[in-house]
Design a binder for this molecule. Structure first.
Ligand code: ZN
Length: 349
């Protein structure tokens, strides 16, 4: 096992601070470097305890009001999906759509990949993050993997899949009704490709898999560990790409078609647990993406990998959390130490 090093830079900002009677203030800034991608995340301890400057409180009354105002027109509600959503031809999906419990999968009307499906997460139009249950997610992930299997059978060149979610408007969702977005393509997307390329370079340089090394390292260190569920390891990101980033690695599987009921259940329980924690911290929105290696072969250099992040809280006239620093400079701000976040999230498992 190669040793993964968690590197950081430090720098100092000095200025006369009106919040301290004009005294000379010295603020130490820590820039963390992701061990695989080199992504930089910046932490200024002066922000500690001041999360509300960057993430104002959720307006729950506003959310209820928006839910009531949009439910009547929602194509996912009251079974309207039966007539209002597209279907696949029966040679791709025998029934045109997939359904399990309250989860329903159908094609996206405006796809961004050869195979782009939407999965309805339950009958209810509006849920808070702590109301997205593991059972509901399990049904949704089970039909997601079944969909990937059918896509690859129908067109073997479609090898790259991700399971994704936008939850509420500040996270990019166009409808309030909870749902997933599944992508399947002959080509990996930008970040997916970066992960695959960096993983291969690490494997060739070290003779071991970055992801299994990372899981072992996080377990050994313990400071960012949240939980282990059989072959999945859950921890907070050392150098997050989004607010409160929580990651999981499935150490025994490199792609989704190697997943069985155990892996699917772990993803469901892990995400539901973290979402309960996010809700108790009063964060109301999220994105997640789960990446798979190519599904036509096992990849010794890669393992299935999930990133789950918060986005700006839901409130009228919200300000985005993705501005020049993230969108164009490709950095991120650490709003609370990942080690502190892990300590908090451990209580949900
Ligand atoms: Zn709805």
């Amino acid at each position: 096992m190669a040793k993964i090093s968690f590197e950081s830079w430090r720098q100092t900002a000095i200025f006369h601070n009106p919040l301290k009677n004009g005294q000379l203030d010295t603020q130490e800034i820590e820039v963390r470097i992701d061990p695989l991608t080199g992504h930089q995340s910046t932490f200024n301890p002066a922000l500690e305890g001041k999360i509300s400057i960057l993430f104002p409180d959720t307006d729950y009354a506003y959310l209820e009001e928006r839910a009531e105002a949009t439910q009547g027109q929602c194509f996912m509600c009251d079974g309207r999906w039966r007539t209002a959503t597209p279907t696949y031809s029966t040679d791709i999906l025998p029934g045109g759509r997939l359904q399990r419990g309250e989860a329903v999968l159908f094609p996206n009307l405006f796809p961004l990949a050869a195979f782009h499906a939407v999965v309805i997460l339950g009958d209810r139009h509006f849920r808070l993050p702590n109301e997205i249950s593991a059972d509901l997610l399990e049904d949704a992930f089970a039909i997601s993997v079944e969909y990937f299997r059918e896509c690859h059978r129908y067109n073997p060149s479609v090898r790259y899949f991700t399971i994704n979610a936008n939850f509420l408007l500040p996270a990019g969702a166009s409808v309030m009704h909870p749902h997933l977005q599944l992508l399947g393509s002959p080509f990996p997307g930008t970040h997916h490709q970066l992960l695959l390329e960096k993983s291969l370079a690490y494997y060739e340089a070290n003779g071991s898999c970055y992801w299994t090394d990372l899981a072992k390292e996080e377990i050994e260190r313990g400071e960012r560990m949240i939980t282990r569920m059989s072959d999945s390891t859950w921890f907070t990101a050392y150098a997050p790409v989004g607010a409160n980033e929580t990651d999981a690695v499935w150490t025994e599987t490199s792609h989704f078609l190697e997943w069985g009921t155990a892996e699917i259940r772990q993803m469901a329980e892990g995400i539901a647990g973290v979402l309960r924690g996010y809700h108790d911290m009063k964060f109301s929105t999220y994105n997640f993406s789960c990446f798979s290696g190519p599904v036509d072969r096992s990849s010794p250099e890669f393992r299935c990998f999930l990133r789950l992040v918060n986005r700006q809280n839901a409130m009228p006239h919200h300000r985005t959390d993705d501005y020049y620093f993230q969108k164009l400079l490709k950095n991120e701000i650490i709003i609370q130490r990942p080690e502190k976040l892990a300590t908090f999230l451990r209580r949900y498992f």
